[in-house]
Design a protein around this ligand. Structure first.
Ligand code: AMP
Ligand code: MG
Length: 422
C-alpha cells in the first residue's frame, strides 16, 4: 500500500511505534550532584557498612544496661563527642557521655538520653566527666543504639542501573564514597523551523511576518524533558534549504522540523526527509490538534519528528510523541505522564474519528480537580495553551461529553504539585 493512502494512526499506536525504535543513549560520568533527575547507568555498591560502627541515636550516656535501675547514680568516666575514635572501652562501674552518632564504646549495650537523667546541675543537664549522673529509669540492651550495617550492608547495591537519581539516592551514593556517577547522556535535539513567513524575535511586528515562536516553545519543552535543545536558523520553504537543514539537524541525537509537513502546495518537509533516506514510519495520526505529524528514522538511527507548524499542534504533538522519545533516549523506562482522572467543568464537543487533547485549566475545590477548557480550542490559539494546566484526553470513538464527565488529564508543568497553603 503506498504511504499516502495509509490511514491516520491512533495516538497510542503511533507512540508505541516510536518507542519500539528507540533505546537509551550512551553513558557519561558526571559529578554526583549533576546526576539529579538523570538515569544512572551503573550499579553503585557500598564498599563498607552503613553505619560503619554501632553508634548512639541520642545525646546521652552509654551504659551497661544491667548497671542501670531507677535512681542509680554512676560516674561519667569517658567522653565521646561525635567524631570520637571507635573501639574505646567503657570502664566497669561508669558510664560514657556520648553524642548522637558517636561510636558506642566496647562494653556498653544501651544509651540513655540525657532527658531521662538528672545531672549535678539539674534535670536533663549533662554531667561533665568526673561528675555523677542519676538515672530515672531502667535501661534495656539495644536502647537508642544504631547497629553497624543496619542501614546498608557492605557490598549492598545502593543504586541500580536504570534508577532515576533523586536527592536521597545522591546523599546515599556520596555517603558510600562516590563523587561521580555514570548516567545516560542527555539527548541533544535540534529544531528546524520552516516557513517563508517566519522571522526571529528581534523582528517581531514586521509586516506580513510571523515570529518563529514555536522554536522557543519547543526548545523549552526539550529542556523540560531533560534534553539539550539547539535552535537552527529559520529555513525558507525551499526543498534544497530544507534538505541542508535536515542534514545539519541529523548531527544531533534527535531532529525536529516544524511546519511544512502537511499537504500544502509548499510543504516540502516529507519530501526532504525521503530525500535524506529517512525511513518514514508514519506521517499522519488521528489526533486533534496536530494530525499531520511525521516520525522517521534516519540511516544512522537518529529519530526525526516532523511537527506541524500551528503552535498548539506543535506543542501538543511534542508532548505526545517527542517527549516520551526523549525520556526513552535518556534511559527512562516510564516515559508517559500518569494522567489525573477529573470531572469536566464544561461540556465539550469533539468528533469521534480522532483523539482530542483539549487545553484545560484545572480548578480545585480543595479535594477534587475539575477541568475547564481554556477557551476556543483552535490549533493556532496560543493564549489558551499558555493558560493550560493540562491536556484533557477525549479518546477516539468518544464524541461529545457532558459537564461532569470523567476525563483523563495529562498535567503540564507542576501546578498540580503545589498549593499556596502549607
Ligand atoms: P505549516 O505547518 O507550515 O502549514 O504552518 C501552519 C501554520 O503555523 C502557519 O500559520 C504558519 O505560519 C505557522 N507556523 C509555522 N511554523 C511556525 C513557527 N516556527 N512558529 C510560529 N508559527 C509557525
Ligand atoms: Mg509552512
Amino acid at each position: 500500500m503506498p504511504l499516502t493512502s495509509a490511514p491516520p494512526l491512533p495516538v497510542t499506536e503511533a507512540q508505541r511505534k516510536i518507542l519500539e525504535r528507540l533505546g537509551p543513549l550512551g553513558a557519561e560520568r558526571v559529578p554526583i550532584v549533576a546526576a539529579l533527575g538523570r538515569v544512572v547507568a551503573e550499579e553503585v555498591r557500598a564498599p563498607f557498612d552503613l553505619p560503619p560502627w554501632d553508634n548512639s541515636a541520642m545525646d546521652g550516656y552509654a551504659v551497661r544496661s544491667a548497671d542501670v535501675a531507677p535512681g542509680t547514680e554512676l560516674p561519667v568516666v569517658l567522653d565521646l563527642p561525635a567524631g570520637a575514635r571507635s573501639g574505646q572501652a567503657l570502664p566497669a562501674g561508669g558510664v560514657a557521655r556520648i553524642m548522637t552518632g558517636a561510636p558506642l564504646p566496647d562494653g556498653a549495650d544501651a544509651v540513655v538520653p540525657v532527658e531521662a537523667t538528672t545531672g549535678p546541675s539539674g534535670e536533663g543537664r549533662f554531667a561533665e566527666p568526673g561528675e555523677r549522673v542519676r538515672f530515672d529509669a531502667a535501661a534495656a540492651g539495644g536502647d537508642n543504639v544504631r547497629r553497624r550495617g543496619e542501614d546498608v550492608g557492605r557490598d549492598q547495591v545502593v543504586i541500580r542501573a536504570g534508577d532515576v537519581a533523586g536527592s536521597g539516592g545522591i546523599a546515599l551514593a556520596a555517603t558510600v564514597g562516590r563523587s561521580t556517577v555514570s548516567v545516560v547522556r542527555r539527548p541533544r535535539v535540534s529544531i528546524v523551523s520552516t516557513g517563508d513567513e517566519l522571522v526571529d524575535i528581534d523582528e517581531a511586528g514586521a509586516p506580513d511576518r510571523i515570529v518563529n515562536g514555536n522554536a522557543y516553545g519547543l526548545a523549552s519543552q526539550v529542556a523540560e524533558a531533560g534534553g539539550v535543545p539547539r535552535i537552527l536558523p529559520i529555513t525558507p520553504d525551499d526543498p534544497e534549504a530544507i534538505g541542508a537543514a535536515i542534514a545539519s539537524a541529523l548531527e544531533d541525537d534527535v531532529a525536529i522540523t516544524i511546519g511544512g509537513v502537511s499537504v500544502g502546495a509548499r510543504d516540502w518537509v516529507r519530501g526532504a526527509l525521503e530525500e535524506a533516506e529517512v525511513e518514514i514510519v508514519f506521517w499522519r495520526v488521528a489526533v486533534r490538534p496536530g494530525g499531520p505529524v511525521a516520525f522517521g528514522v534516519a540511516p544512522g538511527g537518529h529519530p526525526v519528528f516532523g511537527l506541524p507548524g500551528n503552535p498548539v499542534s506543535a506543542q501538543v504533538t511534542f508532548e505526545l510523541f517527542v517527549r516520551p522519545a526523549l525520556l526513552r533516549l535518556a534511559g527512562r523506562r516510564a516515559c508517559f505522564r500518569r494522567p489525573l482522572r477529573v470531572e469536566l467543568a464544561e461540556p465539550v464537543s469533539t468528533r469521534p474519528e480522532k483523539s482530542y487533547y483539549l487545553r484545560v485549566a484545572l480548578e480545585s475545590d480543595g479535594a477534587a480537580w475539575r477541568a475547564r477548557p481554556t477557551g476556543f480550542q483552535g490549533s493556532a490559539m496560543l493564549s489558551g495553551l499558555a493558560r493550560a494546566d493540562g491536556l484533557a484526553v477525549v479518546p477516539q470513538g468518544t464524541g461529545d461529553l457532558p459537564v461532569g464527565a470523567q476525563v483523563d488529564v495529562l498535567p503540564l508543568g507542576d501546578r498540580t504539585l503545589f498549593r499556596t497553603a502549607p
